[in-house]
Design a protein around this ligand. Structure first.
Ligand SMILES: [Zn+2]
Length: 257
């Protein structure tokens, strides 16, 4: 039993074989998946998927790429979505200084605003951070999430990880931990306590080895579990069950479902 804690199965690349993707997922032991929104329409699609499929949960929010599009009405609609029973997190939110698709000042403002909204409705946050380590750290220190949070596809240093772990954050690992040049991420993962690790695919992106470069899907989260098992020198099953428990804790599904 594995929980793929971050995927975008509402992406049109799955239109043709969506049912087959879900079937492969089920038959390979991926028993849960969080579908993550990045703007209002994808947040709505995530909620719809969670309503349609028992094993899918939803996260809703505005990605830093889309920060400049957010209006007052966006927040009203997201707040309404947040009340749906299978919405388990607010995200993905954060800062992306790699692609800089929205001005940085707006990215920061929208990130802070969404931490406040998540705190208001009692949801943990899912953070996207690309090349913005210092600013993300400053913002979460000044605006701590009331219900905790996850750093998705963690790419920071161990120094930063220590600060985040002390603040109660979970760190999620994705395809890049399997890449040949991932020495740095492997090193970080080796230090992070197993009780704070989540696994994810970020489908359709970041496909793990040995399929790197092809379309990703939740089934391949097994490669992440396998890699963490290798790094921690523990059985595959131990990593699967502990990361499942971690996801249940941060997404608060024991109480909710
Ligand atoms: Zn994502």
């Amino acid at each position: 039993m594995i929980w793929d804690t971050h995927a975008h199965l509402d992406d049109p690349v799955y239109t043709e074989d969506f049912v087959a993707v879900l079937e492969r997922m089920g038959s390979s032991g991926i028993s849960r998946m969080t579908n993550v929104g990045y703007d209002l329409p994808s947040s709505e699609r995530s909620v719809r998927l969670a309503q349609d499929y028992e094993f899918i949960y939803a996260a809703i929010g505005i990605h830093p790429h889309n920060a400049a599009e957010a209006k007052d009405e966006t927040w009203e609609r997201l707040l309404r979505l947040a009340k749906q029973p299978k919405v388990v997190a607010w995200g993905e939110i954060g800062l992306d200084y790699y692609r800089d698709l929205s001005p940085r000042s707006i990215q920061k403002e929208v990130f802070i605003h969404q931490i406040k909204l998540a705190n208001e409705v009692g949801l943990p946050i899912v953070i996207h951070n690309r090349d913005a380590h210092q600013d993300v750290l400053e913002i979460v220190k000044a605006n701590p999430p009331r219900c905790g949070g996850v750093f998705h596809c963690y790419s920071g240093s161990w120094e930063m990880a220590k600060v985040l772990l002390n603040m109660g954050f979970y760190l999620s690992f994705a395809g890049p931990v399997t890449y040949k040049n991932a020495r740095h991420t492997v090193e970080v993962a080796s230090h992070v306590p197993l009780g704070r690790i989540l696994v994810e695919t970020d489908s359709p992106y970041l496909t793990p080895e040995p399929r790197r470069g092809k379309r990703n899907e939740p089934t391949y989260v097994r490669e992440i579990v396998k890699k963490i098992a290798e790094i921690k020198n523990l059985p595959f099953e131990d990593i699967a069950s502990q990361t499942m428990r971690n996801a249940e804790t941060i997404f608060n599904t024991r109480r909710k479902v």
